[in-house]
Design a protein around this ligand. Structure first.
Ligand SMILES: [Zn+2]
Length: 268
C-alpha cells in the first residue's frame, strides 16, 4: 500500500517536469545551488537572485526563513518555471552562558567605534561576489571535537538575551590545526578583533564564505589560495571566548547559514 502511494506521488510529480534540479538542504540555514539553462534569470519570493552567465544559481535560507518559498525561473526562451519549496521546520536551542567578563558582554563605550568598524569589515568582505566555484567541491570539518554551540541558538549571556548564535562551536585544545573547510581564497585575516580575536574569512565563490574565529595563530595571508583541508590557523580563545574552541561560520552574502548542514557526520 505504502509503495503504491509513493509510486502514485512519483507519477504525479513527473507531470510537472522541472528542467533544473535543486541541490542543497531545504531548511533554514541551507545552502542551495542549481544549474539552469545559460541565460536564465531567477527570483525567490519575488526577489531577484543573481545567476551566472552559464546558469549557476546559488542562494541560501537564513535562520528565520519562512517555510513556504517560491522559486521562479525564467528561461532564455521566455518560459517560466515556478517551483514551490517547502522548507523543513527547525527549532533552535536556548543557550545560557554565565561568567563572561562584563566588558565583553556589554562592550565599553570606548570600544563601540572599533566594534562597528570591525563589523563593517566582515560584512563588506562577505558581500564580495567572485566567480570561484570552490564550494561545489564540498566541505569538510575544519576541526574535529565536541560540538559546544550550534547554529541558530538563542544565547543568554550573563542573563541578558543576545542575538542568535550563527556559527558552530567546536571545542578543541589550543593549538589544534584549523583546516580550510573548502577550497578558496583568503579574503580576510585579522589579528585582533574585539569579539572574534584572530579571524579568517575564506571566499569560496558566488558569495559563499566561511569564517574561522578565536584563533591562536593565523597561518595564511589575504589573497592566498587555499585547498580544502589546508592548514589555515590554530584553535585558540582570542576575542570573546570562555575556552579554546573554533567558532566556524558559513554565509551566503550576509545570510548566515548552518555549516553543520554542508558537512558529513563527524567521525573522529
Ligand atoms: Zn560561536
Amino acid at each position: 500500500m505504502k509503495t503504491l502511494f509513493v509510486f502514485l506521488i512519483l507519477i504525479l510529480s513527473i507531470r510537472h517536469v522541472v528542467a533544473f534540479e535543486i541541490k542543497g538542504q531545504l531548511q533554514p540555514g541551507g545552502l542551495i545551488h542549481a544549474q539552469l539553462e545559460p541565460g536564465s534569470s531567477a527570483t525567490l519570493n519575488g526577489t531577484r537572485l543573481s545567476v551566472s552567465e552559464d546558469g549557476l544559481l546559488v542562494f541560501g535560507f537564513g535562520r528565520d526563513a519562512s517555510v513556504d518559498q517560491v522559486l521562479e525561473i525564467k528561461e532564455p526562451d521566455g518560459s517560466i518555471k515556478r517551483q514551490k519549496l517547502t522548507l523543513q521546520k527547525r527549532n533552535y536551542k536556548v543557550q545560557k552562558i554565565y561568567g563572561l567578563p562584563k566588558n565583553k558582554v556589554i562592550p565599553p563605550i570606548a570600544q563601540r567605534e572599533r566594534i562597528a568598524s570591525e563589523r563593517r569589515l566582515i560584512s563588506t568582505t562577505r558581500n564580495k561576489k567572485t566567480n570561484r566555484r570552490d564550494f561545489l567541491g564540498g566541505f569538510s570539518w575544519p576541526v574535529k571535537g565536541r560540538i559546544s554551540g550550534v547554529f541558530g541558538s538563542q544565547r543568554i549571556l550573563n542573563g541578558v538575551p543576545r542575538s542568535p548564535h550563527y556559527g558552530l562551536d567546536i571545542a578543541a585544545p589550543e593549538g589544534t590545526p584549523v583546516l580550510a573547510a573548502s577550497s578558496g581564497v583568503i579574503s580576510l585575516a585579522h589579528e585582533n578583533m574585539f569579539f572574534t580575536g584572530k579571524t579568517i574569512l575564506i571566499d569560496h565563490g558566488f558569495g559563499v564564505s566561511t569564517i574561522y574565529v578565536h584563533l591562536s595563530e593565523i597561518s595564511v595571508e589575504v589573497g592566498q589560495s587555499v585547498e580544502r583541508g589546508q592548514l589555515v590557523g590554530q584553535v585558540g580563545m582570542t576575542g570573546r571566548a570562555t575556552g579554546p574552541h573554533l567558532h566556524w561560520g558559513l554565509s551566503w552574502g550576509q545570510v548566515r547559514l548552518d555549516p553543520q548542514l554542508v558537512v558529513p557526520p563527524m567521525i573522529n
